[in-house]
Ligand binder design. Structure first.
Ligand SMILES: [Zn+2]
Ligand SMILES: [Zn+2]
Length: 395
């Protein structure tokens, strides 16, 4: 990390409620939490959704005796933005120090965020007492239009259009500018203008894209959220450099999010769909996006030839012969004479013919997730989900 590089990591990208379901695992089921690191010692956390727990675990792995000093910007008090607080281990270590920023809610009065935090761990809602949260905590009340500086990063807050209020944040860091607007419904001129100003020329615009444009126009109108199309319009008007669709609806499957991203890219090419583990690096050269290595657990080494076709960065389609060097596999459907027990282990060994005529064995550990009488006579249909395994396959 160069001295002027800023790193952004998405730890939670889902709106409203966590979705630990297979149809949404790829983008991820944790609610909003975004880490921004502007220098080795300067860290920000944007919102405290359930993704915060994972961030805490990561920081614990790397923690030093000096402790962590971090700035936590909370956009508003809806569950999906605060629910990770009790599960963030660094709050329970006295060597750490946290600076919290949020607005005074008319429902909670002064020190709203402190009250929210204390209520979350109050009896009978949580088994651990507040006195166990030994990290130093400072609370600062901010409001729309406020601006302040933290170690060379200028933070700007603006009101967004969302039930019970929500602050959007802009971080002008040494590496570039990041705008975080997770919950916002377009259509009210004053708030639309706020967001346009906040997003002006942003390198990274993280934007509420919960609903489809059709939902936003009909059944979800007035629910306080936006669509990929409104994000694209905003990105264009504000001349943002990169757009990240965020706060995916809990009922949006990965396939639906794929569709929103595809549609957004047709209108605004530098669009991305925020995904758990996605990392953005910002520096003087621009913005670089990387995804977490989500297929490592299922990866098996083998070599064989394949024909690959796709669309290049220049928009032109291509086709080429290539060597597959490893593969991640999710599952298979087998016709067996045996009938394995549900949730039992199976091993599947596949012989792939390699490019150089040496057989390449693919040995997969699976768990039985489904059995049924197969259409082939006397055979059982067995659904297998491939699970983590030591790598038994030779090149
Ligand atoms: Zn939300
Ligand atoms: Zn909300």
């Amino acid at each position: 990390m160069s001295s002027t590089e800023t790193k952004v990591v998405f730890w939670g990208v889902r709106g409203s409620t966590p979705t630990p379901h297979p149809s949404s695992w790829r983008y991820g089921g944790n609610t909003p939490c975004v880490e921004v690191k502007t220098s080795p010692d300067t860290r920000f956390i944007l919102d405290c959704g359930t993704g915060l727990r994972l961030l805490g675990n990561r920081w614990e792995e790397k923690s030093t005796e000096h402790g962590i000093d971090a700035h936590i910007l909370v956009t508003h008090y809806h569950w999906d933005h605060i629910q990770g607080i009790p599960f963030f281990h660094p709050f329970y270590q006295s060597r750490n120090r946290f600076h919290f920023y949020s607005f005074q809610s008319k429902y909670l009065g002064p020190e709203s965020l402190r009250k929210v935090l204390e209520a979350q761990v109050a009896s009978p809602y949580f088994p651990v007492n507040l006195s166990m949260m030994t990290a130093a905590r400072e609370f600062r009340e901010i409001s729309g239009g406020d601006q302040f500086e933290v170690n060379g990063t200028r933070v700007t807050a603006r009101w967004l259009n969302h039930p019970q209020g929500c602050l959007g944040y802009r971080l002008d860091t040494p590496g570039g500018s990041i705008v975080y607007a997770p919950d916002n419904e377009p259509g009210v001129p004053e708030f639309d203008e706020n967001l346009r100003q906040l997003a002006a020329g942003a390198d990274v615009l993280i934007c509420d894209a919960q609903f489809s444009p059709e939902q936003l126009a009909t059944s979800r109108k007035g629910w306080g959220h936006s669509s990929w199309f409104e994000c694209v319009k905003l990105a264009r008007q504000a001349k943002a450099q990169n757009l990240f669709l965020f706060h995916h609806d809990p009922d949006s499957s990965d396939k639906m999010v794929d569709g929103y991203l595809l549609a957004a890219r047709e209108e605004f090419k530098p669009s991305w769909a925020a995904m758990e583990g996605m990392t953005i690096s910002l520096n003087e050269k621009g913005v670089d996006v990387a995804l977490r290595d989500s297929r490592v657990g299922q990866r098996r080494r083998l070599r064989f030839s394949a024909t690959i076709s796709g669309i290049g960065e220049d928009g032109k389609s291509f086709e080429e012969k290539a060597t597959v060097r490893d593969m991640s596999l999710h599952g298979a459907y087998l016709a067996l004479t045996n009938r394995p027990a549900l949730q039992s282990d199976v091993r599947v060994i596949i012989e792939a013919s390699a490019a150089d005529n040496h057989p390449s064995l693919l040995s997969l550990r699976g768990t039985v997730v489904y059995t049924e009488p197969a259409t082939e006579k006397y055979k059982t249909g067995v659904g297998v989900l491939f699970v983590e395994d030591e790598d038994r396959t030779r090149d």
